[in-house]
Design a protein around this ligand. Structure first.
Ligand SMILES: NC(=O)c1ccc[n+]([C@@H]2O[C@H](COP(=O)([O-])OP(=O)(O)OC[C@H]3O[C@@H](n4cnc5c(N)ncnc54)[C@H](OP(=O)(O)O)[C@@H]3O)[C@@H](O)[C@H]2O)c1
Length: 348
């Protein structure tokens, strides 16, 4: 049994709470809130203990919210903190709370791996370096895009090795998540310095990878368009698809028309939080041209990293063999079942 506290209750924190609070080998300490809003009520209605900064305890009580204590109390009670602060907030939390209180922590993909604000010396991807996280004190769980790229690139690397010359990826990113209240701007914007290329190279160091990222006015999923260039003639479509038939967290869809199709179907099918928790290869637009494979897959940004965090806990804390961890994560998130429904019923 491990006591886990989730520091943050935004898009990622809420999803982590849903999953970790029902895992039988986790004693769930609770979640942190930093703003007094309707999400405090939601967390309390879900029967989570809610912790707030010290100066908010009185105000919460005044407003009738029965919070359990301070964030500092919660960190003290936990064996492991899963930090789910908004991008960059994990660094301050590590400095002010986790380091002084000697608490291990998992950080999310918006934190830095290098430089003065670095929070950890590795980025986890359960497909690539799961074992390396065993016993570590601080680890970053790669972001949704970085997790998705690792999941797609590693099987290719294992099957085709040095026949692959380079990967060029255009990341087409959603503007905001469905739950976000911020407006979606009518513009296509570019990222001058996308972090994804360096992040992926943290766990696949020899990948000759080049990433460009564009943000589009959508709230649905990300789409990655990956060009894989081979030394000689590229493999066939079937050979490429064969790499993913048994891959955990990869669905192969034949008839989806776009990212909204996949997201709306997940919601309609009653998947928890409307997440598929995977990447979806779009077989209908997989192209092989001379020496190049053009692979497009959508990436469930909000859902992808939740099972990844669950895998990471099993490596860091329980040092469990990967196959066993995958089986537990699959049972908690029902990913094989969801994949089957998506592939064989929804988008066959
Ligand atoms: N959204 C995605 O699709 C996605 C996917 C993969 C990875 N990530 C990464 O996950 C992290 C969280 O993203 P998100 O989308 O969940 O952000 P979010 O929805 O904006 O939520 C951020 C949360 O941080 C809380 N917070 C404020 N100050 C804090 C502090 N000092 N310590 C801890 N939490 C604090 C906020 O609480 P209040 O609301 O109470 O103020 C809010 O609930 C980021 O690193 C992001 O890059 C996000």
């Amino acid at each position: 049994m491990v006591k886990v506290f989730i520091n943050g209750y935004g898009n990622i924190g809420r999803r982590l709470a849903t999953a970790l609070s029902v895992d039988k080998e986790i004693q769930f300490v609770g979640v942190a809130k930093y703003t007094i809003d309707e999400k405090v009520k939601e967390a309390l209605d879900n029967h989570y203990n809610v912790f707030v900064p010290e100066d908010m305890v009185g105000l919460c009580k005044e407003k009738g919210y029965d919070v359990t204590g301070t964030v500092k109390d919660a960190v003290g009670r936990a064996d492991l903190v899963v930090d789910a602060a908004k991008e960059g907030g994990g660094f301050e939390n590590k400095k002010n709370l986790y380091l002084p209180m000697n608490k291990p922590a998992i950080f999310q993909g918006g934190e830095d791996r290098h430089g003065e604000f670095a929070v950890a010396d590795m980025i986890h991807n359960s497909r690539v370096n799961y074992d390396k996280a065993a016993g570590k004190t601080y680890v970053i769980q790669g972001s949704c895009n970085v997790s998705g790229m690792g999941r797609i690139m590693q099987p290719l690397k294992e099957k085709f090795g040095d026949r692959i010359l380079r990967y060029d990826v255009s990341l087409i990113r959603r503007w905001a998540d469905l739950e976000d209240t911020k407006a979606v701007k009518d513009s296509i914007e570019w990222d001058r310095n996308p972090h994804h290329q360096d992040d992926v190279k943290d766990f696949i160091p020899d990948a000759n990878l080049y990433v460009d990222a564009f943000k589009v006015p959508s709230r649905m999923m990300h789409l990655h368009h990956m060009m894989i260039r081979f030394k000689d003639k590229a493999p066939t479509r079937d050979e490429i698809l064969e790499c993913y038939r048994k891959e955990f967290g990869v669905a192969i869809l034949k008839s989806a028309k776009g990212t909204a199709d996949v997201r709306k179907k997940a919601i309609e099918l009653g998947f928890v939080h409307g997440d598929t928790n995977m990447v979806h290869i779009h077989e209908d637009i997989l192209r092989v041209q001379d020496d190049t494979v053009k692979l497009a897959y959508s990436d469930d940004q909000t859902g992808m990293v939740i099972p990844e965090n669950h895998m990471l806990i099993q490596s860091m804390v329980f040092k469990r063999p990967r196959a066993e961890a995958l089986a537990r994560t699959d049972s908690l998130f029902q990913m094989s079942k969801k994949r089957k429904i998506l592939e064989e019923e929804a988008f066959k």
